[in-house]
Design a protein around this ligand. Structure first.
Ligand SMILES: *Cc1c(COP(=O)(O)O)cnc(C)c1O
Length: 490
């Protein structure tokens, strides 16, 4: 090698040096980050659930990615002003009661920090055998409280959407459906099925399959008689009833489909039953929730979202498959370059990469493991039961407010309701009401359309949401409704 090349190598190494900060630099960065995140946590009580700013965070673009570095103080300032100020404080503020809030437990953030610094590879069991044991252990823990047998296997995904997709692909393979069968394969959903299931079918290449929307009862739960009738007539017509997606807590209304009856039907007609429990399945951790979710243990697959019901940082979903062989068959793969890579540290266990579409991925389990280890399970169980009771409390409180009509009594922790104005268009009124609440910002609710009617919905799932927030929500609703009725502000 020529001297110029050697010189160049040395020169490049020097330029790349900032990639490896020394202990002092690490300390300085870390302290700034801790200060910043502590200040964020301290500000939570005053932080609105949503803050509409005129700039909408556009200022972040004024500091483009460039060759030159900036000090950490300046970087954190950019985040503070343009990232953490505008928009929703999802899952962080108690007043976030819209959609399905996600978590962000401090312990899970610390778990992420450790996982990122040590950067363990969890895809293949022989790479980091200890790390590779953690995720199956956690998945087993989840399988246990869902009621799954020893045969179950699962995977941590980035969220519920990828968990649903994984389940769909597993179901497709388990039923040995090939492209030529797709136009005859029938999937049974409802109007309350999460859109990620339909998206999953599309990504799985099954757009041509027949999708039936089974009617709902007055609680927004699947009508199982209608399901059975449709399956029978589809069979008679020469179609292949294949998948039934049951909501173990629908996103929109929180309704839990009659899981045990659906399991009976799925069993009888040999359909794959998928339980979408991204929002609701974690409630099986508490007795009250477990009773509501009875039958979920009979689903062939279940989606769970620890970043919802276990308050983890975003990017923590999970899929469980009752007969884990089906998951393995769908995702196991072989690569020449990995041949012979098995080392003395191999555990002989199935690798997560063989149960997942992913190969290299974050060590998602560590955040959950650390959080569960640092507090034990009891606080999680208590928090989940608290959410169920808070939703019930809100529902009962609404009955006492003037002018509000409620949807069905909540199965879990979503409450749907609307205001019935003394005059004028009710949909318009409810749209105004949601706007007024969002402008106020102390709480954040969302709306939906049920049978063409604009409904408001409140979800209690934030780990910081407690009794006073739910009472504040009732107070704000009554106040804003009165203001709109009397024409104030509008
Ligand atoms: C949130 C949700 C999903 C999608 O989960 P992500 O984690 O957002 O990908 C799927 N199904 C239901 C019922 C949900 O509530």
């Amino acid at each position: 090698m020529t001297t110029t090349t050697l010189n160049r190598i040395e020169q490049l190494r020097k330029i790349a040096l900032p990639l490896e900060p020394d202990a002092e630099q690490r300390l300085q960065w870390r302290e700034q980050v801790i200060q910043y995140t502590d200040a964020f946590l301290k500000s939570l009580p005053e932080l609105p659930a949503v803050r509409a700013t005129h700039d909408k965070g556009v200022g972040i673009l004024d500091s483009p990615i460039s060759e030159a570095p900036i000090p950490i103080e300046q970087a954190l300032d950019l985040l503070k002003n343009h990232v953490d100020r505008p928009g929703e404080n999802e899952g962080t503020t108690p007043g976030y009661l819209a959609f399905i809030p996600s978590g962000g437990l401090y312990a899970s953030a610390l778990g992420d920090y450790i996982a990122a610094v040590t950067n363990r590879y969890v895809g293949l069991s022989y790479c980091s055998p200890g790390a590779a044991r953690i995720e199956p252990m956690l998945l087993r823990w989840m399988a246990d409280f869902v009621g799954y047998p020893e045969t179950a296997a699962g995977d941590f995904t980035s969220g519920g959407s990828l968990a649903n997709l994984t389940a769909i692909v597993t179901a497709r393979n388990a039923h040995q459906l090939k492209a030529a069968d797709f136009p005859r394969a029938v999937a049974y959903l409802t109007d309350q099925t999460h859109h990620s299931v339909v998206k999953g079918l599309r990504i799985a290449g099954m757009e041509e399959c027949v999708v039936r929307h089974v009617p709902l009862d007055e609680h927004y739960r699947m009508q199982t008689d209608a399901l059975e009738t449709e399956i029978r007539s589809d069979r008679q017509a020469g179609l292949l009833p294949w998948l039934v997606a049951a909501a173990a807590g629908s996103t929109d209304t929180g309704a839990v489909d009659p899981l045990a009856s659906i399991a009976d039907i799925a069993n009888h007609y040999q359909l794959w039953m998928h339980g979408d429990g991204a929002y609701g399945a974690m409630f099986a951790l508490c007795e009250r929730g477990k009773a509501i979710l009875r039958g979920i243990e009979r689903a062939d697959s279940v989606t769970m979202d620890p970043h919802k019901g276990l308050f983890m940082t975003m990017g923590t979903g999970a899929v469980l498959v009752r007969n884990g062989d089906n998951l393995l068959k769908a995702f196991q793969s072989h690569a020449n370059y990995l041949e012979g890579a098995e080392t003395a540290s191999s555990t002989g266990e199935v690798s997560q990469a063989d149960l997942s579409p992913e190969l290299t991925r974050p060590f998602r389990g560590l955040r959950l493991w650390l959080a569960l280890k640092l507090t034990g399970v009891a606080p999680f169980r208590a928090a989940l039961e608290e959410k169920l009771l808070l939703a019930r409390h809100f529902y009962e409180g609404l009955q006492r407010l003037d002018g509000f009509v409620t949807g069905p009594i909540p199965d879990l922790s979503v409450v749907t309701f609307r205001y019935r104005p003394s005059h004028g268009n009710a949909n318009e009124f409810n749209r105004k009401l949601i706007q007024a609440i969002q402008q106020d910002g102390r709480i954040f609710l969302s709306s939906t359309q049920i049978n063409g009617e604009v409904s408001l919905r409140l979800t209690v799932l934030g780990f910081r949401t407690h009794l006073e927030t739910v009472e504040l929500a009732l107070e704000i609703l009554q106040q804003k409704a009165k203001e709109i009725e009397s024409g104030v502000n509008f």
